[in-house]
Design a protein around this ligand. Structure first.
Ligand code: 0A1
Ligand code: ZN
Length: 878
């Protein structure tokens, strides 16, 4: 909590550390109320740094210092100073051993940063700056050290004691405690340190690496969750194999451990050899978890595992480089999911996320480059820009280099920088060195915020047989960056002939045509003209195939062109994107004018898609899904909350009515037979079936609802149960209440399933949504101390129930701010994230703007805020 305005930290102020820490010995006497931490650090002056005044300052927060000694001599109070952020020793030798003893209080730690209690266990979260809540340290990622850690705790309460690396000693003590010592041979930054203590059970397996080493794999959970780890273990082994095959990366330690905890601020954490997970991304059984959960587990397990090379072996020099590890690791987990599942479906879901979250962030007051220049609170920079746009930036480099050259470049990166703390610049240099390409201009993707908009105009000249694409790029100003320079944009395109066949993309000046198919064009100027030749008919262009760059596109294609692409494009992503644009244009027209006609050929195009027996079910489900209200609101200059909601319902209902027979056929054809399987085909089939059900229910002819009730009663997998419960809750009435009660009774002891019960009520766009949400805050199962529970109720309401959150009287805004202010003293990270939906306030009508601004000002004026919330709210209002 601060009283003064917190100061930003700037990239330009980066200096190498004055001291290095070579060896760390830690001893924790663990107890939820009072934990004692003894540390012994081998420090030496960094030869690469300029000499300061001879003093040394270590980070430390919320620590009670008991003792400090240099080379065995206790310091007197005159020789050091302690303040709220650290410990300064006035004079230190060039090389010495520092010993400290501190006390900390895990059970009081509600921020879930540092050492905290989750249920009956104790665990740590150190990224980004949590290690300083364990002991005094140089808590910055460019200080890499070897750690030996001894954990001491009561044998009965904490039979399992884990830390990074390999266990090297175990002792039973006389007083009922025991101790385990762990040694991690790999130097690591402090943010990758972890410990766990608890009464846990492990599911065990093993993995033989490409070079023949056997790795022990363990997933630790509370005893009642042992039957929910199979999918996580399978996912882990798949990820390990994939990283060997695709990136040549083998695991290094002899053990790899995962621990599932129920209180966690984020998704999971890649601590060396000891990943700690939000249990939501570990635990799954077909009857407790949906396909979306299974999918999330597979990709988060992979993501954290992949960090072992991209993040741990090679880490970040400073937190401005966060995307070095996060962008690259997201790219790697995306590619993994694409390879083990469906590439087109994966790309669609990633682009959906990017457009729904990153594009608005890039267009709003919190816009920042992939490599930010400054921050107040680093915890606020675990953003969709750093993660997802960061992944796009790596993807574009992979596209520009081509697969062989990109693999050479990543090999070079791993070889050159193993064991180092480096920068995004070092990464790009490896790309250049391995490929011979000059990426000078490309670096702007790391430096400039904002989403470029491409306008593409086409002209066909029948006599010359040429087709000209005139492309312009423009990027709007973002906070602190009034002027934007052109980006280097990979633009992948294809051309389709009248029968839907691929035509060659033959550039004027080239002596012979390339083979028909996809071609990568490169845009570097503000405006480019590409003249394509050898075309005896006007082609239909398929632009930005596979979403080859994170840009918005404005083109001059007709609806007929889009329907043609939807039916014929060989690029699955673009078939979907054509459909999305059709939906979007129609929905926006309906928003402006409820009487806007719904074209026959639009309905017919979707009917054809539904009737195509060869169509991939998963892709078909994506094609038939309307863009969300939140996404559409980003496409309007002034968001019309109620108009969008009405238009969405109107079109959904119309599709349900007009395509009723086809939807019913699809629904019945896709019935579940036999046991639940998590495969791309089965997931696609369930997605399509439940989408059909949603249209049928919303047609409100009674039959859909009857099917829905039957599905809710009969289904054995959570995907089908939740799909039905969501629709029933949305419809309301006695059937909904009965279903919600039955569900709650059935799943009373299952925390993650109860999260779904809260979320489904918060998301239902019924008139009494807010009243219900507020009542649920007092439900015995609600807990403001569990981030998953808070997100399931509060974030679901404010992010996924746009029409009710933005109710014209401002009650939704007052509710959210009340929650933020209540949570902030306990858990600033969570509070700052909750505030995000209000940041877009300038996009709404004047009255809503006023209401939202008033609430943001109420936050700012409310006295002691965390730096997390202060940064978000002050930037939102700037
Ligand atoms: N590095 C993790 C994400 C993470 C970041 C911060 C945390 O606490 C403040 C926790 C996890 C990842 O990318 O998975
Ligand atoms: Zn990550």
């Amino acid at each position: 909590m601060y009283r003064e305005t917190p100061h930003p930290i700037y990239l330009k102020d980066y200096r190498p550390p004055e001291f290095l820490i070579e060896q760390v010995e830690l001893r924790f006497e663990l107890d939820p109320e009072h934990t004692r931490v003894e540390s012994r650090l081998a420090l030496r002056r960094n030869p690469a740094a300029t000499r300061g005044d001879g003093s040394l300052r270590l980070h430390g927060e919320q620590l009670t210092l008991m003792q400090v000694a240099i080379d065995g001599h206790a310091l007197t109070p005159a020789e050091y100073r302690v303040d709220a952020e650290g410990l300064t020793m006035h004079r230190v030798p060039d090389r010495f051993t520092l010993e400290t003893q501190v006390e900390i209080h895990p059970s009081l730690n509600t921020a879930l940063e540092g050492l905290y209690q989750s249920g009956d266990m104790l665990c740590t979260q150190c990224e980004a700056e949590g290690f300083r809540r364990l002991t005094y340290f140089l808590d910055r990622p460019d200080v890499m050290a070897r750690y030996t850690t001894t954990l001491v705790a009561d044998r009965t309460r904490f039979p399992v004691l884990l830390s990074n690396g390999n266990p090297v000693a175990r002792t039973d003590l006389e007083d009922g405690r025991h101790s385990v010592t762990w040694d991690d041979p790999f130097p690591k930054p402090s943010y990758l340190f972890a410990l766990v203590a608890g009464d846990l059970r492990a599911v065990e397996d093993s993995f033989v690496t490409a070079s023949g080493r056997e790795i022990q794999l363990q997933i630790f959970v509370e005893p009642h969750n042992l039957d929910k780890c199979d999918h996580a273990m399978r996912s882990l082994k798949k990820a390990m194999r994939w990283d060997e095959e695709r990136f040549g990366r083998e695991y290094d330690l002899d053990i790899f451990m995962i621990v599932a905890v129920s209180h966690f601020n984020m998704g999971a954490m890649e601590n060396k050899g000891l990943n700690i997970f939000n249990d939501k991304f570990v635990l799954a059984r077909p009857d407790t978890a949906t396909d979306v959960d299974f999918d999330g587990i597979e990709s988060v397990i992979a993501h954290e595992y992949f960090h072992n090379w991209t993040g741990n072996r090679i880490t970040c020099r400073d937190w401005f480089q966060l995307s070095l590890k996060e962008g690259f690791t997201v790219y790697r987990d995306q590619e993994f999911s694409a390879d083990v599942g469906s590439r087109a479906v994966k790309r669609i879901s990633d682009v959906r996320t990017l457009r729904a979250h990153q594009f608005p962030e890039d267009a709003g007051p919190l816009a920042h480059p992939v490599r930010p220049e400054s921050y107040i609170e680093i915890n606020n920079f675990y953003t969709t820009t750093v993660y997802d746009k960061g992944a796009e930036v790596v993807r574009m480099q992979a596209a520009l280099l081509g697969p062989e050259s990109f693999r050479r470049a990543t090999d070079r990166y791993f070889e050159r920088h193993d064991g180092q703390a480096v920068t995004t610049e070092d990464f790009v240099r490896c790309m250049e060195d391995a490929s011979g390409r000059d990426l000078t201009q490309f670096r702007r993707w790391y430096e400039q915020a904002g989403t470029p908009e491409l306008s593409i105009q086409s002209k066909y000249d029948a006599t010359a047989g040429t087709y000209t694409l005139s492309v312009r790029q423009e990027t709007a100003a973002t906070p602190g960056q009034p002027v934007k320079y052109p980006f280097h944009i990979p633009l992948t395109i294809g051309l389709l002939g009248a029968e839907g066949q691929a035509l060659p993309v033959w550039l004027a000046g080239e002596s012979a045509p390339p083979a028909p198919g996809t071609r990568l064009l490169e845009l570097t100027e503000r405006a480019h003209e590409f003249t394509l030749v050898g075309l005896t008919e006007r082609p239909v262009p398929s632009l930005l195939r596979g979403f080859s760059a994170p840009v918005r596109v404005r083109d001059d294609l007709s609806d007929a062109d889009r329907m043609f692409l939807m039916a014929h494009d060989s690029d699955g992503f673009n078939r979907w994107d054509a459909a999305q644009t059709l939906h979007e244009r129609l929905l926006l027209a309906l928003t402006d004018d409820a009487d806007h006609p719904i074209p026959e050929d639009y309905i017919a195009a979707f009917q054809r898609a539904l009737r195509d027996p060869s169509a991939d079910r998963a892709l078909l489900a994506e094609v038939l899904t309307l863009p969300s209200e939140t996404y559409l609101s980003d496409r309007m200059t002034v968001v019309d909350v109620d108009g969008l909601h009405r238009a969405h319902r109107q079109l959904t209902r119309c599709i349900g009515e007009r395509l009723r027979a086809d939807l019913l056929a699809v629904y019945h054809d896709s019935a579940e037979t036999g046991d639940y399987v998590f495969s791309p085909e089965a997931v696609g089939r369930r997605a399509l079936k439940n989408l059909a059900l949603a249209y049928l229910v919303r047609a409100e002819d009674g039959e859909g609802l009857a099917l829905c009730r039957a599905q809710f009663e009969a289904a054995h997998n959570m995907t089908d149960v939740m799909a039905a419960l969501r629709l029933l809750t949305e419809q309301g009435g006695a059937a909904a209440e009965a279903a919600l009660d039955a569900f709650h009774r059935r799943w009373a002891g299952e925390s993650l399933v109860l999260d779904k019960w809260f979320a489904v009520q918060a998301a239902a766009p019924r008139a009494d949504a807010l009243t219900r949400v507020m009542a649920l805050l007092h439900h015995p199962d609600y807990s403001a101390r569990n981030p998953n529970r808070v997100r399931s109720l509060v974030s679901t309401f404010s992010n996924l129930n746009q029409v009710r959150f933005h109710a014209a009287d401002g009650a939704g805004y007052r509710f959210l701010v009340g929650q933020v202010l209540e949570l902030d003293p306990a858990n600033p990270q969570l509070a700052a994230r909750l505030l995000k939906p209000l940041v877009r306030w300038r996009r709404f009508d004047p009255e809503r703007q006023r209401l939202m601004r008033t609430e943001l000002e109420r936050v700012l004026g409310s006295g002691e805020l965390s730096s997390d919330v202060f940064e978000v709210v002050s930037k939102a209002l700037a």
